[in-house]
Design a protein. Structure first.
Length: 314
């Protein structure tokens, strides 16, 4: 069943951990510049604390111990608590599930710079977030949809997060949109992908995510409210990257992920993904746009590969 993607808790949810594993957090979003973790413990304890000595990356797991994460003024970072993955068939109680989805958004602002800091090792960056104090105050959570897909991703593909990340937006210029699209009779209708584009004729290339193009450019004519079909002979239902190119196949300036689905799966998967998109608008304001799209891509992949974990459906 679907739950509300983001809720405000009535009290601080603890970062739950057991005796064998320390509490951990996962980087959900980074914006405004680099955020670098620095151990605050004695030198001998810093190795155990897991000090990285480099900027954190999206999807990375940090030990929530004696670590301060330093970032630039006006930058922001969003972390999520992380519990060990339960064994298959085990039950997860409601408090643990909510604790595992607690979000810790932090926005560096000028008024924060004069506050007393608990981080003892100064850095030239403007702001410091003490991971020892994350539980203070109220925190939003997200669960059931994007959270489940993100957790499966971080537990299974620690070296492949970059494929989900999206290049910086070109601002007001229209771009292709990630979407679930129907495939039938050797054609893919990409109308949903082009919904923010201007009407006209385009050339696109189709490829499995992370793989070379499946063939030469295909021509597609787009008009608002009309089907925009692309020839896809031999292409099966699945997850693909669709990219704008020139007629000769030279790279364009926009691409997206599509989940091509045949009836009757198309209606169910399209509904599930569109609802995830709507719910993602309730994520904390500190979320970077590219990180939000990365989360949605992880969810789109979970719909395409249900055998890797239960994809959430409406």
């Amino acid at each position: 069943m679907w739950g509300t993607l983001v809720m405000v808790c009535v009290g601080a949810l603890p970062m739950v951990s057991n005796q064998e594993e320390p509490a951990r957090v996962v980087v959900v979003s980074v914006s405004g510049g680099d955020w670098t973790p620095v151990c605050q413990a004695a030198m001998g304890d810093c190795k155990a604390a897991g000090e990285l000595r480099r900027p954190v990356r999206w999807g990375e797991t940090l030990t929530a111990g004696a670590i301060c994460v330093y970032g630039p003024e006006h930058g922001s970072i969003v972390l999520k608590s992380s519990l060990p993955t339960p064994e298959q068939g085990s039950n997860v109680d409601e408090p643990s599930r909510l604790a595992d989805n607690t979000l810790y958004p932090f926005q560096c602002q000028k008024e924060d710079l004069g506050k007393k800091k608990t981080c003892e090792k100064p850095r030239p960056e403007a702001c410091a977030l003490d991971l020892r104090t994350l539980r203070d105050g109220l925190h939003p959570t997200f669960f059931d949809t994007i959270s489940d897909a993100f957790k499966r991703m971080t537990h299974s593909q620690s070296d492949k997060y970059d494929k989900y990340m999206v290049a910086a937006s070109r601002g007001a210029e229209p771009e292709l949109v990630d979407a679930v699209v129907p495939i039938e009779d050797g054609q893919i209708d990409v109308q949903a992908v082009f919904r923010e584009m201007d009407p006209g004729t385009y050339y696109v290339e189709l490829a499995m995510v992370g793989a070379p193009s499946l063939g030469p450019p295909s021509r597609v004519s787009f008009a608002k409210g009309q089907a925009a079909r692309v020839q896809a002979r031999g292409v099966r239902a699945g997850l693909y990257k669709l990219a704008l190119v020139t007629e000769k196949g030279e790279p364009g300036d926009s691409d997206c992920w599509i989940l091509a689905a045949a009836p009757p799966e198309y209606a169910k998967q399209a509904s599930a993904y569109e609802r995830a998109v709507r719910e993602s608008t309730k994520l904390p304001k500190e979320m970077d746009e590219g990180a939000t799209r990365g989360l949605l891509r992880a969810y789109l992949e979970s719909l395409a590969k249900p055998n890797q974990g239960k994809a959430v459906r409406p």
